[in-house]
Design a protein around this ligand. Structure first.
Ligand SMILES: [Mg+2]
Length: 172
């Protein structure tokens, strides 16, 4: 063992796991896991390809939910795709989000993720990251970071997994 710190992978849900926005054809759906009914049923959940579970679990990192689904990700998504219960990033209240950040184009998640990582190297997988977030993280985060943008029309693809796996395996 090297004793190096395990890298984090902050995972957004809407976009990376639940694709949206393609116009050409309907998304395939997957009936899997515990089917929820009534108020808990969210039809978007059926868009999540269950293969994402084992593929994420195979990455050499600690996966952390970084999504507005918050605790619901463990309740509704993890069991569907065979992931264990994962740590969850808790977001600041909207009233605590800096207006200046918004004007500057910094994503509202960025500060919270850097604080959560507390210097640990991390990958952040999201359909909304931009160069502004990359620059801010480079200036404010001590460890290595990969801000990896996923095309929400497709969700996580083979190419995304290759890029993530290769970054996560890079020596520090
Ligand atoms: Mg998203």
């Amino acid at each position: 063992m090297t004793g190096s710190v395990q890298r984090l992978l902050f995972l957004d849900v809407d976009g990376p796991l639940i694709p949206f926005g393609a116009v050409s054809q309907p998304y395939p759906t997957y009936a899997t896991g515990p089917e929820l009914h009534g108020a808990d049923a969210n039809p978007l959940l059926s868009r999540i390809n269950p293969e994402h579970g084992p593929r994420l679990a195979a990455l050499p990192c600690e996966v952390v939910w970084a999504t507005t689904w918050m605790a619901d990700a463990n309740e509704c998504i993890a069991p569907r795709i065979g992931l264990p219960q994962l740590a969850v990033v808790i977001w600041p209240e909207p009233s605590d989000i800096d207006d200046q950040d918004e004007r500057n184009g910094l994503h509202w998640k960025t500060r919270a993720l850097v604080a959560w990582a507390a210097g640990r190297p991390f990958a952040w997988v999201d359909d909304e990251v931009t160069g502004t977030d990359r620059s801010w993280v480079a200036a404010h985060h001590q460890g290595q970071a990969l801000l990896h943008r996923v095309d929400p029309r497709h969700g996580l693809t083979d190419g995304d997994y290759v890029a993530l796996d290769s970054w996560l395996r890079q020596p520090a």
